[in-house]
Design a protein around this ligand. Structure first.
Ligand SMILES: [Zn+2]
Length: 218
């Protein structure tokens, strides 16, 4: 973990350069939020420094999207920029529904974007602590959620427990239960409790992600 140092209002930030227009933007480093890491059943890991800065960035100058490698990014030091480097659900939806753009990307980038969409959707509409306003997803957004889940479960190498829970989150309860039964023997012993939770919630018709574990990072 990398603590967030802040000397008299100045702090370290990232400098990302747009591949289209070559202009740069400054993105602040996420504050250090604590020692606990929370693992969710949609793959979201909360409270880890830097993890919330999106790999995909939108250029404030030309409006195009580009990808950044945070570990390689140049860093600067000075007054903290306002931009936190996050991409919201509408922006992910716009990108994920742009077929031409998506098909031009390597498969691992496509799966990253769909995964981000799923987690962002859950952040916005379902994760209890952040969904207090009872915001409702649009029909188009929930359709995109299902499309993202189908892509992730069919074409990506992701753990079986994640696949089962993604089916559930997309409301495909029967498919979730069938998949869980068919793959039960392939699930690691320590993940069986999580799988059982997924099955129970599928039977109850619940779609929200749940917390798998909290871990002390010290
Ligand atoms: Zn640009």
């Amino acid at each position: 973990m990398f603590p967030h140092y802040n000397y008299g209002g100045n702090s370290e930030y990232y400098i990302f350069v747009c591949g289209h227009c070559k202009n740069e933007k400054r993105v602040r480093k996420m504050p250090y939020t604590g020692n606990m890491c929370t693992y969710w059943s949609d793959g979201r890991i909360e409270a880890c420094n830097d993890w919330q800065i999106s790999y995909m960035q939108r250029c404030p100058h030309c409006g195009n999207y580009y990808f950044v490698d945070i570990n390689e990014a140049e860093r600067g030091f000075g007054s903290e920029p306002l931009d936190d480097g996050r991409v919201d659900i509408e922006e992910y939806a716009a990108v994920c529904s742009d077929r031409e753009f998506m098909e031009s990307l390597p498969p691992e980038v496509m799966s990253y974007l769909f995964m981000q969409y799923v987690q962002q959707y859950n952040d916005t509409y379902r994760r209890a602590s952040q969904a207090e306003e009872e915001k409702k997803a649009t029909y188009e957004q929930s359709r995109m959620f299902t499309e993202a889940v189908l892509f992730l479960t069919e074409f990506c190498r992701i753990p079986e427990i994640l696949i089962a829970d993604l089916y559930r989150q997309a409301g495909m309860f029967r498919k979730c239960l069938e998949y869980a039964a068919d793959n039960y023997n392939r699930i690691k012993e320590e993940d069986l409790e999580t799988l059982d939770r997924t099955r129970l919630l599928a039977i109850q018709g619940e779609t929200a992600p749940f917390i798998i574990k909290r871990e002390d990072m010290k």
